[in-house]
Structure formats: structure tokens, C-alpha cells
Design a protein around this ligand. Structure first.
Ligand code: HEC
Length: 149
């Protein structure tokens, strides 16, 4: 009986928290969503890398991939709500140095948008240079905020 009472008291605030989280922004499972999105960005970066390495890059493939990175990056920041680090490679520093983390994510948004512009421009050297900048942005954040990389 008393165990049931405790469970009910605890369940209520949890339910409220979940509801509030859903209303504010996040999908039901921000961890799985952000990880899937990072994978998607990783695959898109690989497409661009291979196109450049292949010597005669195909613009449609690179454009689609660059757009994937640019649009996906915009959604990532909101997928790191406080307390969502446990059981993931997201380091606690994300939440103790949130402004730095957010700035790095903003940098990815800006630089990946420039990559879309570069691909549209069609100059392979410029695309390669901006690809490196974007890749450096990924690596810079991982070094600081991602475990196991
Ligand atoms: C602002 C910080 C930040 C930036 C920028 C960033 N990442 Fe990450 N990335 C993370 C963190 C933190 C994790 C760990 C997430 C987790 O485990 O929940 C991660 C995880 C990943 C993973 C592993 C996902 C999984 O669980 O399998 C891949 C792949 C990845 N990132 C690719 C990229 C690529 C590609 C870019 C650039 C286009 C990028 N990331 C930019 C912070 C960042």
C-alpha cells in the first residue's frame, strides 16, 4: 500500500515534466533523434568527400548532401535538453558550458549554409575548401563535447 502511494506521488511530477517537454520543443526521444541526425550528417559528409575525391563531382549529389547537413544542423541544438546526457556520448560539459556548445552548433549551421552556396557556385576548389571548414567544425565540437571519438 505505502509503496503504491510513493509510486503515485512520483509518477505525477514525471508526467508533468514529460508533457512540458513535449510542448516546449523536443521529440519524445531527443537522444535517439539527435544521434540519428548526426549519422545522417556523417553520411552526407561522406557523399561530398567521395564526390570531390572522385575527380568529377556531380553537383546534384553534392547539393542534396550539403542541404542535408545544413537543414539537419539547424535542428540539433534543441535536441540536447538538460539531463539528456546519460547513456550517450554527450559529455556533461555541454550543459556546464552551454554557451560554448551553442556557439559551436551555430558555427556548424553557418558553415554548412556556406557549403550549400559553394556547391551552387560550382567551383570544386571552393567546395573542397568549405568542406574542410565544415569538417573542422564537426571535429572541433567532438573534441570538446563528445566522448569516445
Ligand atoms: C556543437 C557540437 C557538435 C557539432 C558541431 C557536431 N557534432 Fe557530432 N556529436 C556531438 C555530440 C555531443 C555527439 C554525441 C551525441 C550523443 O551520443 O547523444 C555527437 C555524435 C556524432 C555522431 C555519432 C552518432 C551516433 O550516436 O551514432 C556522428 C556520426 C556525428 N556526431 C557526426 C557529426 C558530423 C558529420 C558533424 C558535422 C557535419 C557533427 N557531428 C557536428 C556534437 C557535435
Amino acid at each position: 500500500m505505502s509503496i503504491y502511494g510513493i509510486t503515485r506521488r512520483m509518477a505525477f511530477p514525471l508526467a508533468v515534466l514529460t508533457l512540458t517537454g513535449a510542448l516546449v520543443a523536443a521529440p519524445a526521444d531527443p537522444k535517439a533523434t539527435r544521434q540519428a541526425s548526426f549519422k545522417k550528417m556523417g553520411a552526407a559528409m561522406k557523399v561530398i568527400k567521395e564526390q570531390i575525391a572522385g575527380g568529377s563531382p556531380a553537383k546534384p549529389a553534392m547539393l542534396a548532401a550539403a542541404q542535408t547537413v545544413a537543414t539537419t544542423a539547424k535542428q540539433q541544438g534543441a535536441l540536447f535538453p538538460a539531463g539528456s546526457g546519460a547513456g550517450t556520448d554527450a559529455l556533461p560539459a555541454i550543459w556546464t558550458q552551454r554557451a560554448t556548445f551553442d556557439a559551436q552548433m551555430a558555427k556548424l549551421v553557418a558553415e554548412s549554409a556556406k557549403l550549400v552556396t559553394a556547391v551552387n557556385g560550382g567551383n570544386v576548389d571552393a567546395i573542397g575548401a568549405q568542406f574542410k571548414v565544415v569538417g573542422g567544425t564537426c571535429a572541433g565540437c567532438h573534441k570538446q563535447f563528445r566522448a569516445d571519438n
